[in-house]
Design a protein around this ligand. Structure first.
Ligand SMILES: NC(=O)c1ccc[n+]([C@@H]2O[C@H](COP(=O)([O-])OP(=O)(O)OC[C@H]3O[C@@H](n4cnc5c(N)ncnc54)[C@H](OP(=O)(O)O)[C@@H]3O)[C@@H](O)[C@H]2O)c1
Length: 344
């Protein structure tokens, strides 16, 4: 069976990566349709060895399309996803528009593929925030082994998490610093070149930012509502891959060696953990890769049953495009979706 797949936001950071991943993983497609705004009608994007021309989302008829990978931002998704879903096309959405809707599954296939069964109410499935996706892949096997009580996480998030404008701003400001031009923040609230910014998304009433709140709410929905999580999310001058320093308190004892063994066998996780200079992963090395990498696993002697580790993953892949394609694959595997048109 082959599926007609539309990509809404195909010219963006995540949309382009979706096209790469569909081709790399030989996802069973009968046709791929790249969609964007009126700004990008006719813009060419690559799909494997083919070049496809973008069409306008507003005028596209979804009635014979099976899957829409939606990556055009929250406002577009709020407006379009229910209409697309009502035409019998399953929407896998990357924005935060639907993540907290009780009728929309929020899925990381390595963690809660079973939640996909509930997608029919709206025909929409939500992809988590990039910083949550990589974290829950690493937390899940540890939770199964020793039951997580509390997580304290500090993130070091790349500029690609803020879209192509975020990458352009880091590039432009870095150049400006070298040639002594004025540095003007536009996308980020302060200068990002040779700096870092302890604010991602807007402030909430309690002083946390929305990005920090998302990590807490999404970890509960995907993994376990009993887990307490507190986060500090920081934007750093790195182009691709988010890094996280993670401290976890468990109900049961678990040693660093046990955790290392468990994580080595866990789906979606790669452990790189040698206690020597360079014996760990950095964001530069994780870019373009699929895994949620774990390094620097050690026991935290300041609490009972505590572990600390370092977690890095490509935010455009496991944090967005790869997870969305894995959701589509899991739906096929679980026979939750059937192609509207039989392949010729
Ligand atoms: N970057 C990440 O790490 C990450 C991770 C998880 C989730 N997400 C989410 O994924 C979504 C896309 O992020 P991104 O980083 O790819 O952003 P981006 O690079 O800024 O790309 C945005 C895409 O949306 C399209 N678009 C914007 N307005 C549109 C409209 N009115 N109608 C149709 N298409 C429209 C743009 O098309 P034009 O070329 O026509 O402007 C472009 O293709 C966002 O919701 C983001 O929160 C991103």
């Amino acid at each position: 069976m082959a599926f007609k797949v539309a990509i809404a936001g195909a010219t963006g950071n995540v949309g382009r990566e979706m096209l790469n991943i569909l081709a790399e993983r030989r996802f069973p497609v009968s046709e791929v349709v790249p969609l964007a705004s009126s700004r990008s009608i006719g813009t060419e994007v690559s799909f494997g060895d083919k070049t496809l021309k973008c069409r306008h989302l507003d005028t596209y008829d979804f009635s014979d399309t099976d899957i829409c990978l939606m990556s055009a931002g929250g406002t577009v998704s709020k407006d379009w996803s229910p209409r697309i879903g009502a035409q019998g096309c399953v929407v896998i959405d990357n924005s935060s528009a639907w993540r907290y809707d009780a009728e929309v599954p929020l899925v990381v296939p390595e963690v809660n593929a079973h939640a996909l069964d509930g997608f029919r109410k709206k025909n929409i499935i939500a992809n988590p925030n990039c910083s949550t996706a990589q974290l829950v892949v690493a937390l899940k096997p540890l939770h199964d082994a020793a039951v997580i009580k509390r997580v304290v996480v500090s993130t070091y998030q790349s500029v690609s998490g803020a879209g192509k404008d975020g990458m352009d701003e880091l590039f432009g400001q870095t150049r400006a610093v070298f040639v002594s031009d004025p540095v003007e923040p536009k996308k980020f609230p302060k200068r990002i070149a040779f700096n870092l910014i302890p604010q991602i998304d807007v402030f909430m009433e309690d002083g946390y930012t929305k990005e920090e709140w998302k990590m807490m709410a999404e970890t509960k929905k995907i993994l376990d509502p009993k887990i307490k999580l507190t986060a500090t999310c920081v934007r750093v001058p790195v182009f691709i891959s988010h890094s996280e320093a993670v401290n976890v308190e468990f109900e049961k004892p678990i040693s660093a060696d046990e955790a290392r063994d468990i994580l080595r066998k866990a789906p979606g996780v790669l452990v790189i953990d040698k206690r020597e200079p360079g014996g760990y992963i950095t964001p530069h090395e994780a870019a373009g890769e699929d895994a949620s990498y774990v390094s620097r696993i050690r026991e935290d002697a300041t609490v009972e049953n505590g572990l600390t580790f370092w977690n890095v993953s490509d935010n455009l892949r496991k944090g967005a495009a790869l997870n969305a394609v894995q959701i589509a694959e899991a739906m096929i595997e679980r026979k939750l979706i059937v192609a509207k048109k039989k392949a010729a």
